[in-house]
Design a protein around this ligand. Structure first.
Ligand code: NIG
Ligand code: FE
Length: 412
């Protein structure tokens, strides 16, 4: 099938083709010139309108951008934890709730009680909503299994989900998320090492992840996870500096982490090291906002030239948020980022975290045609906070979502 998206007032393009990522001090080099985008089959074919294309889209006054890449979600999970949110609003801390058996443990119980079909149908419904908000690639994490069998099942469910959604997915094994009952953290890391062959056989895992925090694991465990990742030729990712400064970033950098995620409590003197490294700073402003966490130093990281990334952190605890437009709105307001900075962080740079930036994440001839048409300029995404600006979604060249009020823009 061929598609010609015609006469857009902005087309978001990288400064040159073939970039694996773009450091954030260079975000201003992205181009938003007016233009058109042509899709042939599942690929982007060019930027001159084609009268021969089978589908014509009138994109006047619209922006055309790459599909969003959400490189940090905790899908698939079971149920929600809205009662905990009420407790947090009432003043209870995440740590108190976690120590009282809530938090990650509560979601682990829900996952264990749910059937495979129940878990998959909840995740599929969420993936459908994510698609309507422009997410064409997302990451899945295990982490609510909290036993060797549970984690292996979560990885198997992520693989099953991959075949049932319109998006491209990646699977991360978050094998050290909370210390399961009956274990010390160190003993659980022994278990992690032992379960690794089975866990990796359960699905196409590309990264290992760990949660470093007072209620979870420490920097020695992070080092150990780094060794396990290296030995298995997997990327290391790490949840760090969310509620406390644990000085985990230098440890993660030393271990060669692909990304460090959260960073709300990143100490000032550890920022330059991260900004200069080939390790992405994945910021999760949904969790920061809803958990009244500190605000990550997004402005300083961008100015210092870090590889900045945004994710939804979609999970039933800290961030039940699936909308990347909402995440962009939070990042622009709270980090004082431009629209270009925010978009770079959830397209090309997010694709790099998942080792997919040679295929998706930017509008280039030959790349997979994951393309969004927004119903207004890119600056309006953050400005009309909470609104979904996505009019059309193409995934691999297929029109997978069209907003009803924008249907008159299509002619066949
Ligand atoms: O990224 N911080 C640890 N993990 C998740 C929260 C998980 C949960 O509360 O269920 C996060 O915020
Ligand atoms: Fe997370």
């Amino acid at each position: 099938m061929s598609v010609s998206i015609n006469g857009a007032s902005q087309v978001l393009r990288p400064p040159t083709d073939g970039l694996p990522y773009l450091r954030h001090d260079l975000a201003g080099r992205l181009s938003t010139e007016p233009g058109s985008v042509v899709i042939e089959g599942d690929r982007i074919a060019g930027f001159e309108p084609s009268a021969d294309a089978a589908i014509q889209i009138d994109a006047r006054s619209c922006a055309v951008i790459p599909g969003f890449v959400d490189c940090h979600t905790h899908l698939p999970f079971a149920g929600w934890r809205e009662r905990e949110y009420e407790m947090k609003i009432g003043g209870e801390s995440y740590e108190t709730i976690a120590r009282a058996g809530g938090g990650i443990r509560a979601s682990a119980r829900s996952l264990a009680e749910a059937s495979d079909e129940e878990v998959l149908s909840q995740a599929r419904a969420l993936a459908g909503e994510m698609l309507a908000h422009g997410t064409t690639t997302f990451e899945c994490k295990s982490g609510y299994g909290l036993s060797a069998e549970g984690e292996t099942r979560a990885i198997r469910l992520a693989a099953a989900l991959s075949g049932r959604v319109a998006q491209r997915t990646r699977s991360t094994a978050l094998l050290a998320h909370a210390v399961p009952d009956g274990y010390e953290a160190g003993a659980w890391m022994e278990e992690v090492e032992a379960m690794l062959p089975d866990a990796l056989a359960a699905g196409d895992v590309t990264a290992l992840d760990i949660y470093v925090e007072s209620v979870a694991f420490d920097n020695d465990h992070l080092r150990r996870m780094g060794e396990l990742a290296k030995r298995s030729s997997l990327d290391l990712r790490a949840h760090v500096e969310q509620f406390n400064a644990n000085h985990s970033v230098p440890v993660a950098l030393h271990a060669g982490a692909r990304s460090v995620d959260h960073l709300a409590c990143l100490p000032e003197d550890e920022l330059a090291g991260l900004a200069g490294a080939e390790t992405a700073a994945v910021l999760l402003p949904g969790a920061e906002f809803l958990g009244e966490e500190r605000v990550a130093p997004g402005r300083a990281l961008a100015d210092a030239g870090a590889i900045c990334v945004l994710g939804s952190d979609l999970n039933p605890g800290t961030s039940p948020v699936l909308s990347i437009p909402v995440i962009i709105g939070l990042a622009v307001r709270r980090y004082r980022w431009s629209a270009l900075e925010a978009l770079l962080a959830c397209t090309l740079n997010a694709a790099w975290v998942l080792r997919l930036s040679d295929i998706v994440g930017s509008l280039e001839v030959g790349k997979r045609a994951d393309v969004l048409v927004l119903d207004g300029p890119i600056e309006r995404i953050a400005y009309q906070f909470g609104r979904n600006p996505v009019a059309f979604v193409f995934s691999g060249g297929e029109l997978v979502h069209a907003r009803a009020d924008c249907a008159p823009r299509i002619s066949r």
